[in-house]
Design a protein around this ligand. Structure first.
Ligand code: UD1
Length: 353
């Protein structure tokens, strides 16, 4: 079985890791195409190294650009590679521009597409990721859904026939890395003594308006314990152009961390504040209270038990929400048993018969 995985942005390297491991065990001919959407060492090679993933067989070197330019450039570079490889499956991951570009290219070539993390919806069309998800799901032949909620969304859009509930590959990798780093700090990371909070901010609606960014950082700066802020390149760039310091008050800005480093931080942090999708779920898996700096989340299951809380419009509520008491409510297993990659391999075999 030949599978081509198309990845390009940091969260996709995380999803690739357990899948690449599983495909190797099963002897699949697995070709990885890295679009180059993320290219800084900390955003790309460092994650491959962390997961001991071999370098991708193909790197398109696309880099940054407008959404249209980035998506179109990926499609143009990808088409001849797909034509040459003629895979049994094109595997696309999540909701980035690399995901949509790969799905469109493969669908035009009539190659079978499977979508890992299908069926997520924020119902916020202002997020480019929401458009990417919806279009990718509708172009795909096999929809690999991580949760019951995702299955329901797909059914509502008439896609039940192609949907399979497989669990969440991010749970596979998160649980195994968390076990590995629980007691042994990964190298290259200095953590504050005592309690601390971890924060990440990278979504355009939090970074691109200088006034909002200034207010958001000012709020984080008042937290009475150190706030470790691994800074995404967009955040660094937007803070510089807004002339606002990342390092202020309690905030300790550090370069982006590796996956193992982040999992270690999550095991130790008092709380997490983030606008990332994946980190909300990882915080849940590690039983660390999370505050999501967005008006909605795709991972709605994390909200009902109080382990995750949204805070967007009213930044005055941000610090009290982050510092709310540790939830004592139930902590059900929401994202599968850590064997999603194996189920995905089975699904690909089953659906290609
Ligand atoms: C992308 C995904 C988002 C995901 C995020 C994870 C889309 C539409 N968005 O957002 O879903 O949550 O990845 O990080 O695909 N940059 C660098 N170095 C890099 C990469 C980016 O400096 O290695 C800077 C560039 O200025 C670039 C900006 O960051 O313009 C944004 O990068 P881009 O890939 O467009 O989107 P992300 O915000 O990373």
């Amino acid at each position: 079985m030949r599978v081509v995985s198309v990845v390009g942005a940091r969260p996709q390297f995380v999803k690739l890791a357990p899948i690449a491991r599983e495909f190797k065990l099963r002897g699949f001919d697995h070709q990885v195409v890295h679009t180059g959407q993320h290219y800084d060492v900390a955003m790309s090679e460092a994650l491959f190294a962390d997961f001991t993933l071999p370098p991708a067989q193909f790197n398109l070197g696309i880099g940054s650009g407008t959404h249209a330019a980035q998506t179109a450039r990926i499609m143009m570079e990808l088409e001849p590679i797909m034509q040459e490889l003629q895979p049994d499956w094109v595997l696309v991951y999540g909701d980035t521009n690399s995901t949509l570009a790969a799905a469109l290219t493969a669908s035009k070539l009539r190659l079978p597409i499977a979508h890992v993390e299908a069926g997520l919806r924020s119902f916020n069309r202002d997020m480019p990721e929401e458009i990417n998800r919806v279009l990718t799901d509708h172009a795909s032949d096999l929809l690999l859904a991580p949760t019951d909620t995702a299955v329901k969304h797909l059914a509502r859009e008439g896609l039940a026939i192609s949907t399979m509930l497989v669990g969440d590959v991010m749970a596979d990798i998160c649980l195994s890395v968390a076990r590995a780093v629980r007691d042994v700090p990964p190298p290259g990371l200095k953590t504050p003594d005592g309690e601390f909070v971890v924060a990440t901010v990278h979504r355009p609606y939090n970074t691109d308006d200088p006034q909002r960014l200034t207010r958001l950082l000012a709020a984080l700066a008042t937290i009475p314990v150190p706030v470790l802020l691994p800074a995404h390149p967009r955040l660094v760039e937007k803070a510089r152009s807004a002339r606002v310091d990342l390092e202020q008050g309690s905030i300790i800005a550090i370069p982006p961390v590796t996956y193992s480093q982040m999992m270690f931080l999550l095991t130790r942090a008092r709380a997490v504040a983030t606008d990332s999708g994946g980190l909300q779920k990882e915080a849940y898996l590690m039983s660390t209270p999370c505050t999501t700096i967005r008006s909605e989340t795709e991972w709605v299951e994390t909200l009902s038990t109080g382990w995750n809380a949204l805070c967007f419009e009213d930044l005055g509520a941000l610090v009290p929400t982050i510092l709310r008491p540790h939830p004592v409510s139930a902590h059900p297993s929401l994202y599968g048993d850590g064997n999603a990659a194996a189920r995905i391999a089975e699904a690909l075999i089953g659906a290609s018969r």
